[in-house]
Design a binder for this molecule. Structure first.
Ligand SMILES: C[S@@+](CC[C@H](N)C(=O)[O-])C[C@H]1O[C@@H](n2cnc3c(N)ncnc32)[C@H](O)[C@@H]1O
Length: 459
């Protein structure tokens, strides 16, 4: 039977070698090892996410300790060193000798002897050194590198931010990216009250906070059990959805009885939210190119008791209005770099190429201009990303406005009135007719959302 540390090692190695999503991998692993205790499950999750979060800084330590150049250290060994160093530097409850010995034990089981002694040597030296014995980049001479290394971010990201934000705010952005985000739920007040739900989580030793911007959001910390087996989830009272993501639904703000097109619907987190806003009346066509995601959308819809969704597997660009008709509301929740969700997906830091925001903006533009074909005259089109980069957000939006001339509408254009489910604080994140959130300013994921109305009688 593998130890939690050995299991974490295998997950991290898989992520290092292949482009796989940590959450998906962890879920599969925990499902395949039902004997693991809740404490072991929590430790594996912490080791995987913590090591990914601090990877850049841990690699800096390796570079300072290794006589072999970092590029020449093979992936298996890099992962072992990161795992050991993460426990040494970030997990106070694990004694140094345990962090070193347990990592060396994995090395012994998987690597030749000379590697075992290399790993052993580096970890022992790291454990021996005091905090003042490390040499960091000089903050005066190389401020970007200093932030990148100490906050564990790629240098290109810090340099990109420097074109737009002052030094102190760059530090805040990077520090916020390293904080563990709360688990946020959308709950359905017709099924469960805020009080009942809060008590339910408190009874399981979780800390609970109300939404910052939404009445129907609950922020939970400290949940150690598998959510998918729990009563509020199984009974369809809740859906995991960050508050910023929920705001997308309110920017679409469909009414009961309308025809809605959800493009790039994925697992249907927003699709089912739209169905609730429509009080279960009307029609939603939900499109994604990944068939397996639509299967999970259907499962989700069943769990939540939603029956107005028609899933459609297709590339958005090959759909035609002759085939699916026109809609009152069209949402394009575009594929993006995901840099607004780094708190939850720290692997994004290391798998994004500096040119990716620009590359993906070309796809976003193609999808957005195609999405416009499905909007009824007088209907609305909403464009959303979970990125914080202008290339993917305002630049795509402004290009659309220059080409199409449609005007911006807040909250789906329903007379511009703030929907009742939104708290007044939400006004602070509405700017120039669109919404942009940042983890360091709003403590929600970073999202960009904009809605336009198609003029009546004109394309
Ligand atoms: C940001 S995610 C969507 C998240 C989803 N709306 C939700 O709320 O859970 C983007 C989605 O776009 C899909 N996608 C990417 N390119 C596509 C294309 N050309 N046509 C259709 N779907 C696409 C991906 O499979 C992915 O599910």
């Amino acid at each position: 039977m593998m130890t939690p540390r050995a299991l974490a090692y295998h997950v991290l190695l898989h992520i290092e070698q292949k482009n796989v999503h940590p959450d998906k991998l962890l879920r599969a692993l925990l499902k395949n090892h039902p004997y693991l205790s809740p404490a072991d499950r929590a430790l594996i999750t912490e080791l995987v996410y913590g090591t990914l979060r601090w990877q850049g800084r841990l690699d800096w330590h390796v570079q300072k300790l290794s006589r072999v150049s970092f590029e020449k250290i093979k992936p298996e060994v890099r992962v072992l060193l990161r795992l050991g160093l993460y426990q040494l530097f970030f997990l106070n409850r694990i004694p140094d000798h345990a962090a070193v010995n347990e990592t060396v034990r994995i090395a012994r089981a998987t690597q030749p002897r000379y590697i075992v002694s290399f790993v052993n040597g580096i970890l022992r030296e790291a454990a021996r050194r005091g905090p003042d014995e490390w040499e960091w980049p000089d903050p005066e001479r190389e401020p970007g590198k200093f932030i990148a290394v100490t906050t564990s971010h790629p240098l290109w990201f810090v340099e990109k931010l420097a074109k737009k934000f002052p030094y102190d705010e760059i530090v805040e952005i990077c520090e916020a990216n390293n904080r563990v985000a709360p688990l946020v739920f959308r709950f359905h007040p017709e099924k469960v009250s805020l009080e009942t739900l809060s008590d339910w989580f408190r009874e399981r030793s979780c800390s609970v906070e109300e939404g910052r911007y939404l009445r129907n959001a609950l922020r939970v910390k400290g949940l150690r059990e598998d959510l998918s087996q729990m009563e509020p989830f199984v009974k369809g009272w809740i859906q995991v959805q960050d508050e910023a993501s929920q705001l997308v639904g309110y920017m679409v703000y469909p009414l009961a009885g309308e025809r809605v097109l959800d493009l790039c619907c994925g697992h249907g987190v927003k699709t089912t939210q739209l169905a609730f806003l429509m009080e279960g009346k009307g029609e939603i066509v939900a499109v994604d190119s990944a068939a397996w995601k639509l299967e999970s959308l259907e499962e989700n819809a069943r769990r939540l008791g939603v029956s107005i969704i028609t899933p459609l597997v297709s590339d958005v660009r090959s759909l035609s209005a002759d085939e699916i008709g026109l809609f009152d509301r069209v949402l394009l929740d575009a594929p993006c770099t995901g840099w607004g969700t780094v708190r939850r997906n720290p692997d994004i830091k290391w798998k994004t190429h500096p040119r990716d925001p620009w590359r993906i903006s070309r796809l976003q533009w193609d999808l957005l201009s195609h999405a416009s074909l499905f909007v009824q005259p007088g209907g609305t089109l909403t464009y959303a990303t979970c990125s914080i980069f202008d290339e993917e957000n305002l630049e795509v939006a402004v290009k659309f406005e220059k080409s199409f001339g449609w005007s911006r509408k807040i909250w789906g254009g329903n007379k511009g009135i703030r929907p009742g489910d939104l708290l007044p604080e939400v006004d602070e994140i509405v700017r120039d007719g669109y919404i942009q959130t940042f983890p360091h300013r709003h403590d929600v994921d970073g999202f960009f959302v904009i809605t336009w109305e198609r003029p009546k009688g004109k394309r």
